[in-house]
Design a protein. Structure first.
Ligand code: FEO
Length: 387
């Protein structure tokens, strides 16, 4: 997908792809880069919808200048001030000093942390207020904590386009040859996942709108089959499992715990489980493991004991889950310990701090290598999991 296209007759994409970034937010692997989306609405008055990460400000300003074709923007609508969208506001204002910044009270409180803005250059809007560009009327919908306090959506009442800030976004540049769901799910649970209740509130507001297209700040513009995307957000934000199957996450010191995890995966499939997704927490992407822990309703945690606790990769993973408000899942525990197995207790202690977590009573303890009696215990566990 190139980055010069029309969303509607009056709305043009002016965002950028970033294939140079290694870690998004300094922590998430983005092998297919990122898109920082920005849009231009051409009417009697001209509005720019958000800027981009300062890493790509030159590309953005060039796209914008080309699209403006000699015109000057009247407004810059700021839906989110996180720097991947707002760090080019200073450069934008240098180039278009007559433009007014449109945001809510929180927007400008927080923007002051990054820029010295003249209050006369701001237009503060409240939830439900509108701004007329001529034929296009923009309605502002405050969506706090999806996923920052100042976030707001904008609805273009003429073209029925929802500018949805980070919601419905994904990792990956617009020219990434990949499906929406996988990278949108990894993005959602790692970045927005903690705020499910706030997302539910937003979905109720969105249900009252006639939406023909969703323009997020990352990822593709969504124009068809919008029910599919709304339904995914409904499942994810309500912490319901999405897919049938079992997710097995393991942290293994010398390979024996890994062997047990793989064996359990085989047993599950042999017993008719539709999917056994397995992740090595020491080597695989932790953000993807977190995504899978939310995706499936049943999760197995298999870990070596370590320092009278649990191997640090597993401990780290559990703290990640807790931080993302992980809940409403069934968990099975497998520990390995040569002289004093301690991993199951350490894992259960962290899980006890999460909401609606059921730990299966069939816990497995392996002492060293996986032996015949361990296979038998794994078989019993697999029976319980496929019930
Ligand atoms: Fe894409 Fe929350 O910034």
């Amino acid at each position: 997908m190139n980055t010069d296209f029309m969303v509607t007759n009056d709305i043009r994409y002016v965002g950028v792809n970033d294939h140079d970034i290694d870690l998004f937010e300094g922590q998430y692997l983005v092998p297919n880069g990122m898109a920082y989306n920005s849009y231009l609405i051409m009417d009697e008055k001209i509005a720019v919808m958000d800027t981009v990460d300062i890493r790509k400000k030159e590309d953005f300003l060039t796209n914008l200048e080309n699209a403006l074709n000699g015109n000057v923007p009247d407004f810059l609508v700021i839906s989110h001030i996180e720097p991947d969208h707002a760090s080019s506001i200073g450069a934008f204002l240098e180039k278009y000093p007559s433009a007014k910044l449109v945001g809510n009270a929180k927007t400008f409180q927080m923007l002051a942390l990054y820029f010295d803005i003249d209050p006369k250059q701001t237009l503060t809007v409240k939830d439900g207020e509108t701004l007329s560009l001529g034929r296009h009327e923009l309605q502002f919908i405050l969506t706090p904590m999806v996923h920052w306090p100042e976030v707001m959506f904008t609805y273009d009442c003429l073209d029925k386009v929802l500018f949805s800030a980070d919601a419905f976004g994904k990792f990956g540049a617009l020219d990434a040859p990949e499906d929406w769901t996988c990278e949108a799910r990894r993005y959602y649970f790692n970045i927005v996942g903690k705020f499910g209740m706030m997302v539910q509130t937003v979905l109720k507001k969105a249900a009252a709108l006639d939406i023909q297209a969703i323009c997020p700040l990352h990822g593709p513009i969504l124009k068809e089959n919008l029910e599919f995307y709304l339904n995914k957000y409904q499942i994810w934000s309500s912490y319901q499992p999405e897919s049938e199957g079992v997710f097995i996450a393991y942290a293994s010191l010398h390979g024996n715990t890994a062997h047990a995890a793989q064996k359990l995966g085989e047993l599950l499939l042999a017993k008719g489980c539709p999917k056994a997704a397995i992740s090595d927490l020491a080597r695989d992407d932790m953000a993807e493991a977190l995504e899978d822990a939310f995706r499936y309703g049943k999760v197995v945690l298999a870990a070596s004991s370590y320092n009278a606790g649990v191997m640090p990769f597993m401990e780290d993973f559990l703290h990640h889950l807790k931080a993302k408000n992980y809940q409403n899942r069934t968990i099975a525990l497998i520990e390995n310990g040569s002289w004093a197995p301690s991993a199951n207790k350490a894992m259960a202690d962290i899980l006890s701090q999460m909401k609606d977590i059921t730990i299966l009573s069939q816990q497995v303890t392996i002492r060293g290598a996986v032996k015949a009696e361990d296979i038998s215990a794994l078989e019993t566990l697999a029976d319980e999991l496929v019930k």
